[in-house]
Design a protein around this ligand. Structure first.
Ligand code: FES
Ligand code: FE2
Length: 364
């Protein structure tokens, strides 16, 4: 596995213009320099015009200066060589949450075909907050929850919506160290293609789901299988990766374009061994809830863009408040501990007089 920076060593153009695919050679469209998949410069139109001092090898495509590391098939790059902490130490307790996603497959989780790409007129940090904020769920997304109730798409028989949201002991927000955090993980009331059957999926699918669950118990043990298959939760990896594992599982990245504008990409993850029927259920949920035209994401975009507009008054009205649950010794997923964990790390890095190295230590 190799990660190359997409910047031509001739005059800087982005060499690869495709979001995905395979190529034997990467040819820059500007002046036609071409590079091997290893990054070596191997083709220069009009090569004879260059002197003997021209060092082809020195002009290979660059790799991220801090290197590339992989954890459970998630690839991370480090742009700051001063931070020589290992990826496992950087991820700290967030590793457990990645494990809960990776363990959904007997082999590997795979990215399904297709990408959701959209741009939001808000600062990226508002998206981070929104993605781990479950306080807003029954308010902003009431329309979706009502629809799920009407469609009998929630596991009412076993828990019921009210109980789900009133039983705060199920989810427990956590600061996972180094700015990573989660509103917690708990039993979800909606079914999941990952072996959690509910009547909405149809009686005919029940035996198959029960069998998938049996296999998961065999592979992972009863307690772990329950956590992996029946429970769900979001985790945000500082600063701009979210793993949303509530219904379908998706990963989302945020790349700021400017202070009030952010590009978002989102992909659905599923077990590579998943059958087409379950994959269809997964994708249906991914599109209908999390898609940019789904039930939830437009609500969320409206909310964070409204915040961004509201912050125009920042000279007159200084806020945000994220103190919910501060006095509690057992905060709930609707509290804001997980949001404070992100902002504390952000403030620590931004306010430091000197560059701060990331420590292999959990947060407070
Ligand atoms: S910028 Fe790439 S070949 Fe000139
Ligand atoms: Fe939301």
């Amino acid at each position: 596995m190799r990660v190359l920076l997409n910047s031509c060593t001739h005059r800087g153009a982005a060499v690869c213009q495709e979001p995905s695919g395979n190529a034997r050679v990467f040819q820059c469209f500007y002046h036609g320099w071409s590079f091997t998949p290893e990054g070596e410069l191997n083709g220069i139109p009009g090569k004879a015009a260059y002197s003997e001092a021209f060092d082809r090898h020195a002009l290979r495509l660059r790799e991220p200066p801090g290197g590339t590391s992989v954890y459970r098939e998630f690839i991370f790059v480090n742009f700051n060589p001063a931070n020589d902490v290992s990826l496992t130490d950087y991820l700290w307790d967030a590793r457990d949450w990645i494990d809960l996603v990776a363990d959904q497959s007997a082999g590997n989780m795979e990215v399904t075909n297709g990408t959701h790409s959209y741009t939001v007129r808000a600062n990226y940090k508002l998206l981070v907050e929104n993605s781990i904020d479950l306080y807003h769920l029954p308010i902003s997304h009431k329309r979706y929850l009502d629809w799920l109730m009407d469609a009998n798409a929630l596991d009412r028989m076993e828990t019921g919506l009210q109980r789900a949201w009133n039983d705060s002991s199920r989810f427990s927000p956590r600061d996972l160290g180094n700015g990573h955090s989660t509103p917690g993980r708990g039993r979800t009331t909606w079914g999941r293609p990952m072996a959690h059957w509910i009547p909405y999926f149809g009686k005919e699918r029940e035996p198959r789901f029960r069998e998938m669950y049996r296999q998961a118990v065999e592979r992972l043990g009863a307690e772990r299988a329950y956590q992996v298959c029946v429970c769900g939760g979001n985790v945000q990896i500082f600063p701009n990766l979210l793993i949303n594992d509530l219904m379908s599982t998706n990963i989302r990245t945020y790349y700021p374009v400017e202070p009030g504008l952010v590009d978002i990409s989102s992909w659905c993850l599923g077990p590579e061994e998943e059958e087409p029927e379950e994959r269809a259920l997964r994708l249906d949920n991914f599109i209908s809830f999390l898609g940019p035209g789904g039930f939830a994401t437009p609500d969320d975009i409206e909310a964070v863009e409204a915040c961004q507009r509201g912050f125009d008054t920042v000279r007159e009205v200084e806020y945000s408040d994220m103190s919910r649950g501060m006095k509690s010794t057992s905060p709930t997923e609707r509290d804001e501990l997980q949001i404070r964990a992100f902002w504390r790390q952000w403030a620590r890095l931004m306010n430091a007089a000197e560059p701060v190295s990331i420590h292999a230590a959990p947060g407070p």
